[in-house]
Design a protein. Sequence first.
Length: 320
Amino acid sequence: MMMRKTCTALLLAAVLPAAHAAFPDHPITLIVPFPAGGPTDIVGRVAAAKAGEILGQQIVVENRTGASGTIGMVATARAKPDGYTVGLATVSTHGTAPHLFPNLAYDPVKDFTPISNLVTSPNILSVNPKFPAQTLADFVAHVRANPNKDGYANAGAGGVNDLGMIWFLQIIGGKMNSISYRGSAPALTDTVGGVVPVIFDNFPSSLPYLKSKHLHALAITGTERNPRLPDVPTFAEQGYKDYDVTAWYGVVGPAGMPADVRDKLAQAFAQAVRDPATAAKMEETGAFPLGNTPAEFAEQIRSERDRWKTVIDRAQIKLQ
Ligand code: GLU
């Protein structure tokens, strides 16, 4: 009896690691929960190309968009936890939306295997160049004097760009209409086109329009100015010291992934974003490469979820 048990254990030990040691033996899918041309897509494609090279298998990006990124994350949570389907979580899908979508089909902590948080990015408040206010001080005065007159474009109701703006409006005692899109790319198109005059967006997607002067920046989040646009002042230096909103993009799998598969993916993605050429591409977009460990990312998801709960509760934010 003892002998048979030992034999079975030995057999399993011989077979199981061998099965995972082959990982990955076919292409991996990375679900990007926002549309092409947005920051999640930009970061996802750059990281996937390099991580795929490191793993010796292609990582195919699949855009599954809608509901502030939560549709793609439901698909990620429900995938087979074998490492061949992972998703790119963001502060919206795992930090803000879970507190505001009462029927959300996942728990941001319990239903995922954190792999590696790839990149962080500031957020930026910009206006169409024809908007009457072209500085933050004028913007605040204009909004206070004209409640509910103007709209602000954002990448999804209940996502970080919507909530970040709602929070700022609470601070200044102003009211604007939230105009939500499936992601940054369509929100930017309408702001540049003059359909909506204001946008609060993750920095990488806004940067090209700011450089080409199709948009004019009023303030950027974070403690320091961004080297890509050093003329744009921070919110903090313009008097809003407690106001900070950071975006991030990290790879997660469904709950229950084997640890060796998770670690192999984590190492590949971390190595990818730290690779000098890939890191330079990320930095060109104004984002900051990170590439942390599964344990570090797990802790970050928990603290981001709790941080946004505090912001939402304190400001009594509810979706309209
Ligand atoms: N603002 C979204 C987020 O940080 C990303 C929008 C997009 O990629 O289009 O969750």
